[in-house]
Ligand binder design. Structure first.
Ligand code: PLP
Length: 422
Protein backbone atom coordinates (compact mmCIF):
# COMPACT_ATOMS: atom_id res chain seq x y z
CA UNK A 1 0.00 0.00 0.00
CA UNK A 2 1.25 3.49 -0.72
CA UNK A 3 1.08 5.65 2.36
CA UNK A 4 1.46 9.36 2.98
CA UNK A 5 5.19 9.96 3.21
CA UNK A 6 6.32 7.47 0.58
CA UNK A 7 4.98 8.99 -2.65
CA UNK A 8 8.06 9.76 -4.71
CA UNK A 9 6.04 10.55 -7.84
CA UNK A 10 4.09 13.28 -6.04
CA UNK A 11 7.31 14.86 -4.76
CA UNK A 12 8.87 14.69 -8.20
CA UNK A 13 5.83 16.36 -9.76
CA UNK A 14 5.89 19.23 -7.23
CA UNK A 15 9.63 19.66 -6.57
CA UNK A 16 11.78 17.99 -9.23
CA UNK A 17 14.93 19.64 -7.85
CA UNK A 18 14.73 18.02 -4.42
CA UNK A 19 13.31 14.77 -5.85
CA UNK A 20 16.35 14.74 -8.12
CA UNK A 21 18.69 15.05 -5.14
CA UNK A 22 16.98 12.09 -3.45
CA UNK A 23 17.32 9.97 -6.58
CA UNK A 24 20.93 10.87 -7.29
CA UNK A 25 21.86 10.17 -3.65
CA UNK A 26 20.33 6.71 -4.06
CA UNK A 27 22.43 6.29 -7.21
CA UNK A 28 25.53 7.41 -5.30
CA UNK A 29 24.86 4.86 -2.54
CA UNK A 30 24.35 2.14 -5.12
CA UNK A 31 27.30 3.07 -7.28
CA UNK A 32 30.21 3.13 -4.82
CA UNK A 33 31.72 1.41 -1.81
CA UNK A 34 30.72 3.13 1.43
CA UNK A 35 33.50 2.55 3.95
CA UNK A 36 32.80 5.44 6.33
CA UNK A 37 32.82 3.68 9.71
CA UNK A 38 29.95 5.77 11.13
CA UNK A 39 27.52 5.14 8.26
CA UNK A 40 25.15 2.34 7.40
CA UNK A 41 22.31 1.52 4.98
CA UNK A 42 19.14 1.56 7.04
CA UNK A 43 16.13 -0.59 6.19
CA UNK A 44 13.12 0.51 4.12
CA UNK A 45 10.99 -0.23 7.21
CA UNK A 46 12.96 2.28 9.30
CA UNK A 47 12.84 4.82 6.47
CA UNK A 48 9.07 4.37 6.23
CA UNK A 49 8.53 5.08 9.92
CA UNK A 50 10.81 8.13 9.65
CA UNK A 51 8.99 9.62 6.68
CA UNK A 52 5.58 9.26 8.30
CA UNK A 53 2.59 11.09 9.76
CA UNK A 54 4.08 10.79 13.25
CA UNK A 55 6.33 13.73 12.37
CA UNK A 56 3.66 16.29 13.20
CA UNK A 57 2.75 15.53 16.79
CA UNK A 58 3.94 17.75 19.62
CA UNK A 59 4.56 15.48 22.58
CA UNK A 60 6.73 17.36 25.09
CA UNK A 61 7.11 15.22 28.18
CA UNK A 62 7.07 11.42 28.45
CA UNK A 63 4.42 8.75 27.72
CA UNK A 64 1.43 9.29 30.02
CA UNK A 65 2.88 12.64 31.20
CA UNK A 66 2.64 14.93 28.16
CA UNK A 67 2.15 18.68 27.95
CA UNK A 68 -0.14 18.28 24.92
CA UNK A 69 -3.36 16.42 24.18
CA UNK A 70 -3.74 13.84 21.44
CA UNK A 71 -0.66 11.85 22.37
CA UNK A 72 -2.26 8.41 22.78
CA UNK A 73 -0.86 7.07 19.48
CA UNK A 74 2.65 8.49 19.81
CA UNK A 75 2.74 7.23 23.42
CA UNK A 76 2.36 3.69 22.05
CA UNK A 77 5.34 4.23 19.73
CA UNK A 78 7.56 5.68 22.47
CA UNK A 79 6.63 2.95 24.96
CA UNK A 80 7.51 0.29 22.38
CA UNK A 81 10.84 2.00 21.69
CA UNK A 82 11.64 2.23 25.43
CA UNK A 83 10.69 -1.38 26.21
CA UNK A 84 12.55 -2.78 23.20
CA UNK A 85 15.63 -0.72 23.98
CA UNK A 86 15.69 -1.86 27.62
CA UNK A 87 15.25 -5.50 26.59
CA UNK A 88 17.89 -5.30 23.85
CA UNK A 89 20.57 -3.97 26.19
CA UNK A 90 19.37 -5.40 29.51
CA UNK A 91 19.16 -1.86 30.87
CA UNK A 92 17.13 -0.58 33.85
CA UNK A 93 16.04 2.52 31.97
CA UNK A 94 16.05 3.96 28.44
CA UNK A 95 15.46 7.48 27.17
CA UNK A 96 14.78 7.38 23.42
CA UNK A 97 14.23 11.11 22.87
CA UNK A 98 17.74 12.49 22.12
CA UNK A 99 17.82 13.87 18.58
CA UNK A 100 21.40 12.73 17.91
CA UNK A 101 24.57 11.48 19.54
CA UNK A 102 25.66 15.02 20.40
CA UNK A 103 22.23 15.78 21.91
CA UNK A 104 22.39 12.60 23.99
CA UNK A 105 25.82 13.63 25.26
CA UNK A 106 24.60 17.12 26.07
CA UNK A 107 21.91 15.55 28.27
CA UNK A 108 24.48 13.38 30.07
CA UNK A 109 26.50 16.51 30.86
CA UNK A 110 23.30 18.21 32.02
CA UNK A 111 22.47 15.30 34.32
CA UNK A 112 25.86 14.92 36.00
CA UNK A 113 28.09 17.97 35.66
CA UNK A 114 27.77 21.58 36.76
CA UNK A 115 29.64 24.20 34.72
CA UNK A 116 33.34 24.19 35.62
CA UNK A 117 33.36 20.63 36.97
CA UNK A 118 35.90 18.09 35.73
CA UNK A 119 35.46 15.42 33.07
CA UNK A 120 38.12 12.83 32.20
CA UNK A 121 37.78 11.63 28.59
CA UNK A 122 39.78 10.35 25.62
CA UNK A 123 41.47 13.08 23.61
CA UNK A 124 40.13 13.76 20.11
CA UNK A 125 43.45 13.28 18.30
CA UNK A 126 43.80 9.85 19.98
CA UNK A 127 40.32 8.69 18.98
CA UNK A 128 37.81 10.58 21.19
CA UNK A 129 34.99 12.83 19.97
CA UNK A 130 34.37 16.58 19.62
CA UNK A 131 31.72 16.41 22.38
CA UNK A 132 34.23 14.91 24.83
CA UNK A 133 35.60 18.24 26.00
CA UNK A 134 37.32 19.74 22.95
CA UNK A 135 37.78 23.51 23.01
CA UNK A 136 35.48 24.14 20.01
CA UNK A 137 32.56 22.26 21.63
CA UNK A 138 30.21 23.37 24.44
CA UNK A 139 31.74 20.49 26.38
CA UNK A 140 35.18 22.06 26.40
CA UNK A 141 33.91 25.60 26.91
CA UNK A 142 31.65 24.84 29.88
CA UNK A 143 33.49 22.02 31.64
CA UNK A 144 37.04 21.38 32.76
CA UNK A 145 38.09 18.56 30.44
CA UNK A 146 41.18 16.48 31.20
CA UNK A 147 42.22 14.04 28.47
CA UNK A 148 43.88 10.64 28.39
CA UNK A 149 45.28 9.05 25.25
CA UNK A 150 46.78 5.89 23.86
CA UNK A 151 50.02 4.19 24.83
CA UNK A 152 52.84 4.98 22.36
CA UNK A 153 53.81 1.31 22.06
CA UNK A 154 50.44 -0.51 21.86
CA UNK A 155 48.47 2.43 20.36
CA UNK A 156 45.58 1.28 22.58
CA UNK A 157 44.08 3.16 25.57
CA UNK A 158 46.67 3.84 28.27
CA UNK A 159 44.74 2.62 31.32
CA UNK A 160 47.56 3.47 33.71
CA UNK A 161 47.37 7.06 32.48
CA UNK A 162 43.58 7.04 32.98
CA UNK A 163 44.07 5.92 36.57
CA UNK A 164 46.85 8.43 37.29
CA UNK A 165 44.84 11.34 35.83
CA UNK A 166 41.72 10.24 37.73
CA UNK A 167 43.63 10.28 41.03
CA UNK A 168 45.25 13.62 40.24
CA UNK A 169 42.14 15.49 39.01
CA UNK A 170 39.29 13.72 40.88
CA UNK A 171 36.83 14.11 37.94
CA UNK A 172 33.06 14.12 38.51
CA UNK A 173 32.67 11.95 35.42
CA UNK A 174 34.97 9.50 33.61
CA UNK A 175 34.07 8.92 29.97
CA UNK A 176 35.07 5.98 27.77
CA UNK A 177 34.39 5.72 24.04
CA UNK A 178 35.23 7.61 20.89
CA UNK A 179 35.15 7.71 17.12
CA UNK A 180 38.37 5.99 16.14
CA UNK A 181 38.97 3.22 18.67
CA UNK A 182 39.54 -0.09 16.86
CA UNK A 183 39.94 -2.22 20.00
CA UNK A 184 37.61 -3.43 22.75
CA UNK A 185 37.44 -1.13 25.75
CA UNK A 186 38.16 -2.62 29.18
CA UNK A 187 34.96 -1.47 30.91
CA UNK A 188 35.79 -3.39 34.08
CA UNK A 189 39.04 -1.46 34.47
CA UNK A 190 37.28 1.86 33.86
CA UNK A 191 34.61 0.94 36.45
CA UNK A 192 37.30 0.16 39.02
CA UNK A 193 39.05 3.48 38.37
CA UNK A 194 35.76 5.40 38.62
CA UNK A 195 34.96 3.66 41.91
CA UNK A 196 38.41 4.45 43.27
CA UNK A 197 37.82 8.19 42.85
CA UNK A 198 34.02 8.26 43.32
CA UNK A 199 33.28 9.30 39.72
CA UNK A 200 30.29 8.57 37.51
CA UNK A 201 31.30 6.12 34.75
CA UNK A 202 29.84 7.13 31.38
CA UNK A 203 30.32 5.19 28.12
CA UNK A 204 29.70 6.94 24.80
CA UNK A 205 28.96 3.85 22.71
CA UNK A 206 27.90 5.79 19.59
CA UNK A 207 30.18 3.83 17.32
CA UNK A 208 30.01 0.29 18.59
CA UNK A 209 26.55 -0.06 20.20
CA UNK A 210 25.33 -2.03 17.17
CA UNK A 211 27.97 -4.69 17.83
CA UNK A 212 26.75 -4.84 21.44
CA UNK A 213 23.14 -5.17 20.25
CA UNK A 214 24.18 -8.08 18.03
CA UNK A 215 26.20 -9.63 20.89
CA UNK A 216 29.36 -9.54 18.78
CA UNK A 217 31.36 -7.70 21.48
CA UNK A 218 30.96 -7.26 25.28
CA UNK A 219 28.42 -4.76 26.58
CA UNK A 220 29.26 -1.67 28.66
CA UNK A 221 25.76 -1.69 30.21
CA UNK A 222 26.59 -3.91 33.24
CA UNK A 223 29.54 -1.63 34.14
CA UNK A 224 28.49 1.94 33.34
CA UNK A 225 26.23 4.33 35.20
CA UNK A 226 25.10 5.70 31.87
CA UNK A 227 25.59 4.75 28.21
CA UNK A 228 24.82 7.23 25.42
CA UNK A 229 24.74 6.23 21.78
CA UNK A 230 23.68 7.06 18.25
CA UNK A 231 21.18 4.84 16.44
CA UNK A 232 22.42 5.32 12.86
CA UNK A 233 25.92 3.83 12.91
CA UNK A 234 26.48 0.03 13.09
CA UNK A 235 23.07 -0.22 14.81
CA UNK A 236 21.52 0.67 11.40
CA UNK A 237 18.52 2.62 12.68
CA UNK A 238 17.31 6.15 11.96
CA UNK A 239 19.61 9.15 12.36
CA UNK A 240 19.22 9.76 16.10
CA UNK A 241 20.43 9.07 19.63
CA UNK A 242 19.42 7.37 22.88
CA UNK A 243 20.59 6.89 26.47
CA UNK A 244 20.37 3.90 28.81
CA UNK A 245 21.18 4.12 32.51
CA UNK A 246 20.76 2.47 35.88
CA UNK A 247 17.59 2.91 37.94
CA UNK A 248 19.48 5.31 40.22
CA UNK A 249 20.04 7.87 37.45
CA UNK A 250 16.72 7.53 35.64
CA UNK A 251 15.14 10.77 36.91
CA UNK A 252 18.31 12.82 36.33
CA UNK A 253 18.63 11.60 32.72
CA UNK A 254 14.96 12.14 31.86
CA UNK A 255 15.00 15.69 33.27
CA UNK A 256 18.21 16.48 31.43
CA UNK A 257 16.87 15.35 28.03
CA UNK A 258 13.58 17.22 28.54
CA UNK A 259 13.13 20.00 29.55
CA UNK A 260 16.79 20.87 30.18
CA UNK A 261 18.22 20.29 26.67
CA UNK A 262 15.41 19.53 24.22
CA UNK A 263 11.88 20.58 23.35
CA UNK A 264 9.38 18.35 21.58
CA UNK A 265 10.62 14.87 20.69
CA UNK A 266 10.65 13.68 17.07
CA UNK A 267 7.97 11.02 17.29
CA UNK A 268 8.50 9.76 13.74
CA UNK A 269 12.15 9.08 14.54
CA UNK A 270 11.24 7.49 17.89
CA UNK A 271 8.90 5.13 16.00
CA UNK A 272 11.76 4.37 13.61
CA UNK A 273 14.00 3.62 16.61
CA UNK A 274 11.36 1.14 17.85
CA UNK A 275 11.44 -0.60 14.44
CA UNK A 276 15.24 -0.68 14.54
CA UNK A 277 15.38 -2.11 18.09
CA UNK A 278 13.03 -4.88 16.93
CA UNK A 279 15.31 -5.61 13.96
CA UNK A 280 18.32 -5.74 16.29
CA UNK A 281 16.73 -8.51 18.34
CA UNK A 282 16.62 -10.93 15.38
CA UNK A 283 19.10 -13.75 14.65
CA UNK A 284 19.74 -12.10 11.25
CA UNK A 285 20.98 -8.95 12.95
CA UNK A 286 23.22 -10.95 15.33
CA UNK A 287 24.75 -12.72 12.33
CA UNK A 288 25.21 -9.33 10.65
CA UNK A 289 27.03 -7.86 13.67
CA UNK A 290 29.43 -10.82 13.80
CA UNK A 291 30.08 -10.54 10.06
CA UNK A 292 30.81 -6.81 10.42
CA UNK A 293 33.60 -7.66 12.89
CA UNK A 294 35.00 -10.54 10.80
CA UNK A 295 34.98 -8.32 7.73
CA UNK A 296 36.71 -5.43 9.53
CA UNK A 297 39.39 -7.77 10.79
CA UNK A 298 40.14 -9.16 7.31
CA UNK A 299 40.03 -5.69 5.72
CA UNK A 300 42.48 -4.34 8.32
CA UNK A 301 44.88 -7.26 7.99
CA UNK A 302 44.85 -7.28 4.20
CA UNK A 303 45.41 -3.52 4.00
CA UNK A 304 48.38 -4.14 6.31
CA UNK A 305 49.72 -6.73 3.86
CA UNK A 306 49.59 -4.00 1.21
CA UNK A 307 51.78 -1.75 3.41
CA UNK A 308 48.88 0.28 4.85
CA UNK A 309 49.51 -0.51 8.50
CA UNK A 310 46.57 -0.87 10.91
CA UNK A 311 47.22 0.95 14.19
CA UNK A 312 47.20 -1.43 17.20
CA UNK A 313 47.93 -4.19 14.67
CA UNK A 314 44.29 -4.72 13.66
CA UNK A 315 40.77 -4.40 15.05
CA UNK A 316 38.19 -6.10 17.31
CA UNK A 317 35.32 -3.94 16.08
CA UNK A 318 33.79 -2.56 12.87
CA UNK A 319 36.55 -0.08 12.09
CA UNK A 320 40.27 0.16 11.65
CA UNK A 321 42.63 3.07 11.55
CA UNK A 322 45.56 2.94 9.14
CA UNK A 323 48.91 4.68 9.11
CA UNK A 324 49.86 5.79 5.58
CA UNK A 325 53.36 6.96 6.42
CA UNK A 326 54.79 3.67 5.15
CA UNK A 327 53.40 4.32 1.66
CA UNK A 328 54.22 8.05 1.75
CA UNK A 329 50.68 9.32 1.03
CA UNK A 330 48.74 11.79 3.21
CA UNK A 331 45.28 11.01 4.58
CA UNK A 332 43.89 13.87 2.54
CA UNK A 333 45.33 12.56 -0.74
CA UNK A 334 44.27 9.00 0.07
CA UNK A 335 40.69 10.14 0.66
CA UNK A 336 40.63 12.05 -2.65
CA UNK A 337 42.21 9.20 -4.65
CA UNK A 338 39.82 6.60 -3.21
CA UNK A 339 36.87 8.90 -3.87
CA UNK A 340 37.90 9.33 -7.51
CA UNK A 341 37.71 5.54 -7.85
CA UNK A 342 34.29 5.16 -6.20
CA UNK A 343 35.51 4.24 -2.71
CA UNK A 344 34.22 6.51 0.05
CA UNK A 345 36.39 6.59 3.19
CA UNK A 346 37.77 9.34 5.41
CA UNK A 347 41.16 10.72 6.30
CA UNK A 348 41.83 10.45 10.02
CA UNK A 349 44.51 11.52 12.46
CA UNK A 350 46.55 8.63 13.83
CA UNK A 351 47.87 8.74 17.41
CA UNK A 352 50.70 11.32 17.65
CA UNK A 353 50.10 12.35 14.05
CA UNK A 354 52.85 14.65 12.74
CA UNK A 355 50.44 16.18 10.16
CA UNK A 356 47.67 18.72 10.94
CA UNK A 357 44.12 17.25 11.22
CA UNK A 358 43.11 18.78 7.84
CA UNK A 359 45.79 16.66 6.12
CA UNK A 360 46.30 13.75 8.58
CA UNK A 361 48.54 10.70 8.14
CA UNK A 362 45.84 8.09 8.27
CA UNK A 363 42.55 6.79 6.99
CA UNK A 364 39.66 5.20 8.86
CA UNK A 365 37.66 2.41 7.24
CA UNK A 366 34.59 0.57 8.49
CA UNK A 367 32.49 -2.37 7.33
CA UNK A 368 28.87 -1.62 8.41
CA UNK A 369 27.64 -0.66 4.90
CA UNK A 370 29.39 -3.28 2.79
CA UNK A 371 28.31 -5.98 5.27
CA UNK A 372 24.69 -4.80 5.01
CA UNK A 373 25.11 -5.33 1.25
CA UNK A 374 25.97 -8.96 1.95
CA UNK A 375 29.71 -8.88 1.33
CA UNK A 376 31.97 -11.26 3.23
CA UNK A 377 35.66 -11.78 3.95
CA UNK A 378 36.55 -12.66 0.33
CA UNK A 379 35.17 -9.32 -0.84
CA UNK A 380 37.10 -7.56 1.95
CA UNK A 381 40.35 -8.91 0.49
CA UNK A 382 39.32 -7.56 -2.91
CA UNK A 383 38.40 -4.18 -1.40
CA UNK A 384 41.73 -3.94 0.43
CA UNK A 385 43.54 -4.48 -2.87
CA UNK A 386 41.42 -1.82 -4.56
CA UNK A 387 42.04 0.71 -1.77
CA UNK A 388 45.77 0.02 -1.90
CA UNK A 389 45.85 0.46 -5.67
CA UNK A 390 43.82 3.69 -5.64
CA UNK A 391 45.77 5.17 -2.71
CA UNK A 392 49.30 4.27 -3.78
CA UNK A 393 49.07 4.40 -7.59
CA UNK A 394 45.94 6.44 -8.23
CA UNK A 395 45.01 10.08 -8.57
CA UNK A 396 42.33 12.52 -7.41
CA UNK A 397 41.26 12.80 -11.04
CA UNK A 398 38.44 10.33 -11.83
CA UNK A 399 39.70 10.30 -15.44
CA UNK A 400 43.12 8.91 -14.44
CA UNK A 401 43.56 5.33 -15.77
CA UNK A 402 44.09 3.87 -12.28
CA UNK A 403 40.93 5.62 -10.99
CA UNK A 404 39.04 4.15 -13.92
CA UNK A 405 40.47 0.68 -13.49
CA UNK A 406 39.60 0.59 -9.77
CA UNK A 407 36.16 2.08 -10.41
CA UNK A 408 35.40 -0.71 -12.91
CA UNK A 409 36.22 -3.29 -10.23
CA UNK A 410 34.09 -1.38 -7.70
CA UNK A 411 31.18 -1.38 -10.15
CA UNK A 412 31.52 -5.13 -10.59
CA UNK A 413 31.38 -5.59 -6.79
CA UNK A 414 28.37 -3.36 -6.20
CA UNK A 415 26.47 -5.01 -9.06
CA UNK A 416 26.92 -8.35 -7.31
CA UNK A 417 26.12 -6.91 -3.84
CA UNK A 418 23.71 -4.05 -4.48
CA UNK A 419 22.74 -1.46 -1.88
CA UNK A 420 18.94 -1.10 -1.94
CA UNK A 421 18.33 -3.74 -4.64
CA UNK A 422 15.83 -2.61 -7.26
C1 PLP B 1 29.07 10.01 16.02
C2 PLP B 1 29.43 10.25 17.45
C3 PLP B 1 28.76 11.21 18.24
C4 PLP B 1 27.82 12.23 17.65
O1 PLP B 1 26.71 11.76 17.04
P1 PLP B 1 25.86 12.77 16.13
O2 PLP B 1 24.62 11.99 15.88
O3 PLP B 1 26.68 13.06 14.93
O4 PLP B 1 25.59 14.00 16.93
C5 PLP B 1 29.08 11.30 19.58
N1 PLP B 1 30.03 10.51 20.12
C6 PLP B 1 30.71 9.62 19.40
C7 PLP B 1 31.74 8.79 20.06
C8 PLP B 1 30.45 9.47 18.04
O5 PLP B 1 31.17 8.60 17.33
Amino acid sequence: MTFYGSDYDALEAFDPEIAGVLMSELDRLRGGLQLIASENLTSPEVLTAMGSVLSMKYAEGYPGRRYYGGCAEVDKAENLAIERCKALFGADHANVQPHSGASANQAVYGAFLKPGETLLAMSLPHGGHLTHGTKVSFSGKWFNAVHYGVDAETEDIDYDQVEALAKEHRPTVILAGGSAIPRLIDFERFRAIADEVGAIFWVDAAHFIGLVAGKAIPSPVPYADVVSFTTHKVLRGPRSGAIVCTEEHKAAIDKAVFPMMQGGPMMHVIAAKAVNFKECGTPEYAAYAKQVVDNASVLATTLGEHGIRPTTGGTDTHLSLHDLQGVGVSGKDAEARADAAGIVLNKNAIPNDPAPPSVASGIRVGTPCVTTQGMGTEEMKTIAGLIAKAVTEGDADPGHPVSQEVRAAVTDLVMRFPAYPR
